[in-house]
Write a protein that binds this ligand. Sequence first.
Ligand code: SAH
Ligand code: DHB
Ligand code: MG
Length: 222
Amino acid sequence: MTEAVWTEVDAYFSSLYAQEDDALAGAVRSGLEAGLPQIQVSPNQGKLLQILARAIGARRILEIGTLAGYSTIWLARALAPGGRLTTLEFDPKHAAVAAENFARAGLSDRIELRVGAALDTLPALAGEAPFDFVFIDADKENIPAYFTASLAMTRPGGLIVVDNVVRDGRVADASSEDGAVQGVRAFNALAAREKRVSASALQTVGAKGYDGFCVLLVEGAA
Ligand code: SAH
Ligand code: DHB
Ligand code: MG
């Protein structure tokens, strides 16, 4: 099977299950026009994140890595009434584009965007904890640290989802010197021995090539 087939099948499923409205399509377009990297989750992946967050009745969501706010919009629309989402972004230019997209989506009242390196902005979020759902999708070298910080702030029964855990299969290469691959591998080793979570990783192909999510359930009574 070729990548062209994956993309065609992804488009087929998206057309059925994950149609973009003006706010989502506008988020992609604004990122393109502003020269942002086109690395947002695919429509189907956004829908999956939304379903997972809805399934646990999420009222507090944390996202690490905003970009133009595409995944943020999928997730904010999962919030139960009165719910709030906090999203962390390092690059002020990305944050400015995202803020416009949240306004256009009518979600500014539910989304708090914090600009800065996530390692610096995470500690101040303890007051907003516990979170029900966390999506980790920023720099891959720091995934272990983001996971540790997220776990400390997620309620029992909550979910943590980590993007980009496959990277064209490079994750299986223990000798890789790619810092992103090492970050993902260090995270997987940490998660696998962490008794407070139950984890599974899902390989995905489609519009974003060959990659995947790690989904972790925080153990304990909900
Ligand atoms: N979640 C988005 C895509 C995020 S891309 C979506 O699917 O729509 C990764 C983002 O993480 C980029 O915008 C990048 O600027 C940001 N980022 C990189 N390093 C970061 C850091 N140290 N702290 C916070 N954000 C960071
Ligand atoms: C990259 C980052 C991502 O979060 C992603 O989903 C795809 C690619 C990257 O940095 O190349
Ligand atoms: Mg990603």
